[in-house]
Design a protein around this ligand. Structure first.
Ligand code: B16
Ligand code: MG
Length: 217
């Protein structure tokens, strides 16, 4: 019996990866190197400071902790500027219909995101009122693949992990959901999210019945 659904944000509800990419790329270019969209894929679901460490390693750049904090803040300022113009038109296809269906069926709705900007984004796209619990990078101390973000979500929603589905676009997020004892549905391509209980390309053409049926297979 599924009593709750917990959603990752970036890559599941909206595509903010393109804004992260623009801002990180600007930072890398300022430091004298560049990185590709393929490398950017490795940053999905990864925290801000871990992302910075990865990017600096790609450029072969070494910085002190203080310098890194300043670089991350600079990137975040640019990112915040980019997301400030987001509108509900950026909600990924099928998401709104699915959230409305969950509400009508009294299935609880939670957010489990690594982003410290999650609340701003939800407000910009008008989805804040749908969420019964919001867990983001401001409440967690451990990054995915640690299950902390989803476990805090389940506790806030008052459900057991086995009663909840986690929707994730990143392999690390799926790993986190499984480690926490949740049902894990990958959003994207099967080849990238093999460990999931099921993978769907997105919410378009998928309703609650169809998704829970995938778990019974
Ligand atoms: P911020 P998610 C993640 O969001 C992004 O996928 C990842 O690329 C980003 O570095 C991370 O949030 C932290 O974001 O810098 O805004 O705190 O997929 O967990 O919703
Ligand atoms: Mg994500």
């Amino acid at each position: 019996m599924i009593k709750a659904c917990i959603f990752d944000l970036d890559g599941v509800i909206v595509d903010t990866a393109k804004y992260h990419f623009q801002a990180w790329r600007r930072l890398a270019q300022e430091l004298g190197f560049d990185f590709t969209e393929t490398e950017n894929e490795k940053l999905k679901g990864v925290s801000r400071m871990q992302s910075l460490d990865l990017i600096l390693s790609w450029g072969g750049v070494v910085k002190t902790a203080k310098e890194k904090a300043a670089l991350a803040a600079k990137k975040n300022d640019w990112y915040v500027q980019l997301i400030s113009t987001m509108t509900p038109s950026e909600i990924l296809e099928g998401v709104l219909e699915f959230l409305n269906e969950l509400r009508s069926k009294r299935v609880k709705i939670g957010l489990g995101s690594a982003s410290k900007n999650a609340l701003t984004i939800l407000e910009k796209i008008g989805l804040r009122p749908y969420f019964d619990a919001l867990i983001d990078g401001n409440q967690t101390t451990k990054s995915k693949p640690d299950p902390e973000v989803f476990l805090l979500g389940a506790t806030a929603l008052g459900v057991a992990p086995s009663e909840a589905i986690v929707f994730e676009d990143a392999a690390k997020g799926i790993e986190a959901a499984l480690a926490g004892g949740f049902w894990a549905i990958g959003i994207g391509a099967q080849k990238d999210l093999k460990e999931s209980h099921a993978v769907i390309p997105g919410f378009k053409n998928y309703d609650f019945e169809k998704i829970t049926a995938l778990l019974r297979r």
